[in-house]
Design a protein around this ligand. Structure first.
Ligand SMILES: *Cc1c(COP(=O)(O)O)cnc(C)c1O
Length: 405
């Protein structure tokens, strides 16, 4: 059996991920184990995906049960789990219609295509998409072009056109870009990959106002913030702003791949029969898992717990930082938390993440200068403090070995 990932994976894989030096073979709750039972406390949850932790009995039960009934039949037939999941998503949100796909980038692709087609059907000369710098919307060519980080798109020209990038949280920048030619505005309520930067309430309100004024579709990319991550089922609920479409993926299947867009009735006729599609979208296995996950996470008591855990998490991180002084700012909402390094340690977030694994705690980065924490939403107080004990030791070594001169 292969036990050392570093040694073996490049024999077979494209060299694009730079994985850490830990090869998990199983997990339970917020703990991951390798073949020798070395244990890592998981403050990453597969990048905000495994919100119910690893090997949750209800999810395992759901997938085993569905696996003996029906795996796949494509969208030439509907299936019961997909109808049930769509019904739950509509009931628990401000939206009316659902389209299922398999990932976040595909969800955004669908949202943007729907917006373009809606504008084409209903208006003249209306196809522009307004997005924001520093945003992340996925890796298909349309998504990297709409995303606000040129490092992900510049090597793949020619790119799709008709896309403009404003400055995030800058109302004047939005005013200058959004007009009669705008088909859609897409924004993350919290820029997650971009460093965990929260949208100002007035900025989002202004986007809503401008989209209403110019008949543009307001899309919130909730691929990372959706399904309980911020302590509400959807992040838009924090703002009192209802978008026209949201995209979902990451935590929707809690580890089983599934994506979705939720759409207001008014814009549902942007697509007609044959306008768009996918082979796997609405797959019964994926939907069976997502139904159970959604029922658990959408429980108000569960969401209150997320907010309580968030307070504990912030307190412990702030305490460590008060003593060790490596972060300039600690920010975020719910259990989507970012900590930006001080100048002395600028751009060394990856080194700290590697040291975390050395000491037995899995964290993430967001940009090269921010440590990102997205623990499973079910993490208990014991594992939060256990993880931070380990992270404390990682920071101590980090401080000695990684100071910029
Ligand atoms: C992860 C992410 C995506 C892309 O999702 P994939 O499933 O990797 O395609 C898009 N938008 C946001 C905000 C994300 O966090």
């Amino acid at each position: 059996m292969i036990t050392n990932l570093k040694l073996k994976h490049l024999d077979y894989f494209l060299d694009i991920y730079a994985p850490v030096d830990f090869l998990p073979t199983h997990g339970k709750g917020s703990r991951l184990y390798d073949v020798n039972n070395n244990m890592v406390i998981d403050f990453s949850a597969g990048i905000a995906v495994n919100s119910l932790g690893h090997a949750h009995p209800a999810l395992t039960g759901a997938i085993v049960d569905q696996a003996s009934k029906l795996w796949h039949c494509s969208n030439i037939m509907v299936n019961q789990p997909s109808i049930e999941l769509a019904r739950l998503l509509v009931e628990k949100s401000c939206f009316d219609k659902v389209f299922f796909c398999n990932s976040g980038t595909e969800a955004n692709e669908a949202a943007l295509k729907l917006a373009r087609r809606y504008a084409l059907k209903n208006f003249d000369k209306k196809n522009k998409i307004v997005a924001f710098k520093n945003s992340f919307h996925g890796r298909t060519l349309f998504a990297v072009s709409v995303g606000g980080q040129t490092k992900y798109s510049q090597d793949f020209a020619p790119l799709p056109s008709g896309i403009e990038h404003g400055i995030f949280n800058d109302i004047n920048s939005a005013i200058s870009l959004i007009n009669h030619e705008t088909a859609a505005v897409i924004v993350e309520p919290i820029q997650a990959e971009g460093g965990v930067i929260t949208a100002d309430i007035n900025f989002l309100k202004k986007l809503r106002e401008l989209c209403d004024k110019y008949n543009a579709i307001l899309i919130f990319d909730e691929v990372q913030t959706g399904i309980g991550r911020t302590g509400k089922l959807f992040a838009y609920e924090h703002y009192g702003v209802e978008p026209d479409i949201i995209s979902l993926a990451k935590a929707l299947g809690c580890g089983f791949p599934i994506g979705a867009i939720l759409i207001k009735e008014k814009f549902a006729n942007g697509f007609d029969i044959g306008s768009h599609g996918t082979t796997f979208g609405g797959n019964p296995l994926a939907c069976s898992v997502a139904i159970v996950a959604l029922k658990i996470i959408s429980n108000p008591e569960f969401l209150t717990q997320v907010s309580n855990k968030s307070t504990d998490f912030f307190n412990m991180l702030n305490n460590i930082n008060n003593e060790l002084q490596i972060y300039e700012e600690i920010r975020g909402t719910g259990l989507l938390i970012g900590a930006e390094l001080k100048n002395e340690y600028k751009n060394k977030a990856r080194n700290l993440m590697d040291l975390g694994f050395k000491y037995g705690v899995a964290t993430l980065t967001a940009t090269t200068n921010v440590t990102r924490f997205t623990p499973p939403l079910i993490i208990n107080p014991i594992d939060i403090s256990y993880g931070f004990e380990r992270f404390y030791n990682a920071i101590k070594e980090f401080k000695v070995t990684n100071i910029n001169n």
